[in-house]
Write a protein that binds this ligand. Structure first.
Ligand code: ATP
Length: 726
């Protein structure tokens, strides 16, 4: 089924006036529930735009009505093993925190306390109805993403580290926060105490647009564990209060608020790009460009997702409101698989024939959840889907998850039969299911998880699994394609060695995954290291501009390990050292006498050293120009020239490129190599989000490269090809 998108229009606040109201809820036919938001066209007030959602709640809607209509129905699903995600989205000051958290008075309580109240009530009822045979445990984790860093809200702020908590992608496709604390919660009182205290750790501040503005995205995870005998079912409700986008022309934000605002706007911009990409059916979804989108995993996660779009009815929010209406309209197209989490078993005896040594210490890989949103799909995913469809027609197996059909296995027969899907008392009872677009599709088979990992019960001997080589391949391929996107998946599939069926299959899985993780880590490291280097270069530049040559020299030297052997960087260091009358010159890259002449000429002609151009000249001198070889040479020099543009004054070529970019003229931007309509539009949208401090402009190639969705390669191509003759 699709993401459910509902809109809520907040009432006017004390100082707001009736005459400024421009947003209203409407229904398709009189007497029917509201499903439309109407708002005038800002260019022609006589014309009205209509946006349709699953439901629209007007100013008079109480907290109780919203909860009863939009959240309470999914409590049942949560207890049936589905994950439920509810998130509030909207411009600053539109009522997201009011909707999710609410006030202290009973009637004002928002979605989160009501959800917890419902969870405890239902949990108690289940325990009572089963005579205690089923136990229900609730555990909370609560964290915020502030300036793109993750902080645990259940821990005091003093415990925060400057880098925050890291994220990790699990085999299931879910992104988890590493090192997050989890507190078990016995009842509503327990919860309130924890929640109120944790909220004091969240970063909020007064802005011109909201006296208590959230400066971070807050994510509450409620983990529900239902245990009946040795069957355990886990499901999670996530309630997310996103920070609101801000137009800094209206905020009067000071420096600190501006930094927060830039981080908030950037993550929301990435979210809107993800929504666009999913709704277009793109293969590459830019989740990884912000922590918030990685965590939210819109369209990747299974279960039920409800997006609450909060709106202010006022004219002063006109353009912002239109923008959120547009994004939310597209979010309706995102498909989310309504798949229950599987039942797992604790205390499964270890196979006596000893096919493993120790078992695996991670969740088994499961089919990726977001394949349904990747319309031009990947091969591994398709193959796995086809396999699932075939498997679904076969009789349900005993607890062994995978068997290698090609070879008789020595694994002892499992002693614990896995219940047939519909016979489990914890499974869906049929009637409660929401109509699903996927109804006719056979559900993918689910795998059991090793229990030792998921339960806090005394450690049980870990369960071992028998996995065929082909299955290992398919699963690993899918993980790769998810994390590194289709490009890397294809690479991986081409290089993947054939895993032999070995006596200890779980070890093979483990090894493969470890290698994969190392690879991903190193990919991330490369990105991080490059951006760290660029940051240091920027710092150096700032020192230089302030006339602090000694500090500039130190910073350039610090940047050197990130860009080893860069001629321009070495030359800067050398010049600064000479100016400071210090150390011996640093080693220079080998240059011919002719090259030195040319270099001097560049200095002389321009009066002053012109960084990027000088290096391009310099590099082109190494190989005298040949018409045919030009393209190859351009390619070879690209990284150097681009890097050199990151620091120092922009060359005429860079200036020309930036002028086109900052023109905000789609036609001009589309004239750049590698810029289609979409990229041009995204760039213009991004420019409109830039605060006044940045002058609403992109001022360097490094900044252009950091625009979400842009990528270094695009900028390089635009730089190299469009103005080659410049
Ligand atoms: N439905 C509502 N009924 C009454 N008051 C509301 C409602 N929605 C919002 N408000 C009030 O509007 C103001 C702004 O709301 P809130 O702080 O929830 O906005 P927000 O979207 O979370 O903003 P930010 O993104 O800056 O955190 C608050 O004073 C809140 O009490």
């Amino acid at each position: 089924m699709s993401v459910r998108v509902v809109a809520r229009i907040r009432p006017l606040l004390d100082k707001e006036l009736d005459k400024d109201m421009i947003v209203r809820a409407d229904s398709i036919e009189p007497g029917k529930p509201n499903t439309m938001v109407k708002i005038p066209n800002p260019r022609n007030e006589g014309e009205e735009f209509s946006f349709t959602f699953n439901s629209v709640y007007d100013q008079s809607t109480s907290q109780e009505t919203l909860f009863t209509s939009e959240v309470a129905p999914y409590l049942k699903s949560l207890f049936q093993g589905l994950d439920v995600t509810i998130f509030a989205y909207g411009v600053t000051g539109t009522g997201k925190t009011h909707t999710m958290r609410g006030g202290m008075k009973l009637a004002d309580r928002g979605v989160i306390p009501r959800l917890l109240s419902g969870v405890f009530r239902r949990g108690k009822k289940i325990m009572k109805d089963t005579g205690g045979e089923t136990t229900v445990e609730v555990a909370l984790s609560y964290y915020e993403i502030y300036n793109d860093k993750v902080y645990d809200l259940l821990e005091p702020p003093e415990k925060r580290t400057p880098t925050g908590l890291p994220l990790r992608a699990e085999a299931s496709g879910r992104t988890v926060v590493v090192g997050l604390s989890e507190r078990s919660c016995a009842d509503l009182k327990d919860f309130e105490k924890l929640y109120i205290e944790a909220n004091t750790n969240r970063v909020t501040a007064a802005t011109k647009l909201n006296a208590h503005s959230s400066r971070s995205h807050a994510i509450l995870r409620v983990k529900l564990t239902q245990t009946t005998g040795d069957m355990v079912r886990e499901s999670t409700a996530s309630a997310i209060d996103l920070a609101g986008s801000e137009d800094n022309r209206r905020t009067d934000n000071g420096k600190e608020r501006l930094v927060e605002s830039a981080a908030i706007n950037k993550s929301l911009f990435v979210l809107s790009q993800c929504i666009d990409a999913i709704s277009r059916g793109d293969k590459r979804i830019p989740y990884r460009e912000s922590k918030m989108t990685r965590i939210l995993s819109l369209g990747q996660n299974n279960g039920i997702t409800v997006m609450i779009l909060n709106l202010a009815p006022l004219r002063s929010y006109h353009l912002d409101t239109l923008s959120s209406l547009n994004v939310s309209s597209r979010a309706k197209r995102i498909e989310v698989r309504e798949i229950e989490n599987e039942v797992v078993f604790k205390q499964v005896p270890k196979a006596s024939s000893g096919t493993t040594s120790g078992g695996i210490q991670r969740q088994p890989l499961r089919p990726l959840a977001n394949v349904h949103n990747v319309h031009n799909g990947n091969i591994a995913a398709k193959a796995a889907d086809a396999k699932q469809a075939t498997d679904a027609n076969k009789p349900v197996k005993a607890f062994s998850v995978y068997t290698d059909k090609s070879k008789p296995t020595t694994t002892a027969p499992p002693t614990m039969p896995r219940p047939v899907a519909n016979s489990s008392q914890l499974r869906r009872s049929g009637g409660a299911k929401r109509p699903s677009d996927q109804e006719s599709i056979v559900r993918p088979s689910k795998l059991a998880r090793p229990v030792a990992h998921t339960l806090s019960a005394p450690s049980a001997p870990s369960n071992t699994m028998t996995v065929s080589a082909a299955q290992i391949e398919a699963l690993v391929e899918k993980k790769v394609s998810e994390i590194l996107a289709a490009r890397v998946a294809a690479e991986q599939s081409a290089q993947a060695p054939q895993v032999q069926v070995q006596p200890d299959i779980s070890e093979a899985v483990q090894k493969r995954l470890d290698a994969l993780e190392r690879r991903i880590d190193s990919e991330e490291w490369r990105d991080d290291s490059k951006s760290s280097g660029l940051k240091i270069l920027l710092e150096a530049r700032q020192h230089k501009e302030r006339g602090d040559d000694a500090a500039a020299l130190r910073a350039y030297e610090m940047a050197l390990p990130y860009f080893p052997g860069q001629a321009k960087l070495l030359s800067k260091i050398e010049k600064l050292r000479a100016r400071l009358g210090g150390d011996a010159p640093s080693p220079r890259p080998h240059r011919s006498a002719k090259m030195e002449d040319k270099r001097r000429r560049v200095f002389d002609d321009n009066g002053e050293y012109h960084d990027g151009e000088a290096d391009i000249e310099e590099m082109s001198f190494v190989e005298p120009p040949k018409p045919k070889a030009r393209k190859t040479r351009a390619k070879a020099t690209r990284p150097t020239s681009m890097l050199l543009e990151d620091d120092g004054p922009a060359s005429p070529r860079a200036q020309q490129l930036l002028e086109v970019v900052n023109s905000r003229d789609i036609a001009q931007i589309k004239g750049l190599v590698g810029f289609g309509s979409k990229k041009a539009q995204d760039l213009v949208d991004y420019l409109s989000l830039l605060g006044e401090e940045e002058g609403g402009r992109i001022s360097s190639l490094a900044q252009l490269r950091s625009v979400p969705g842009m990528g270094g390669r695009t900028v390089e191509r635009a730089y190299e090809v469009a103005f080659w003759e410049a």
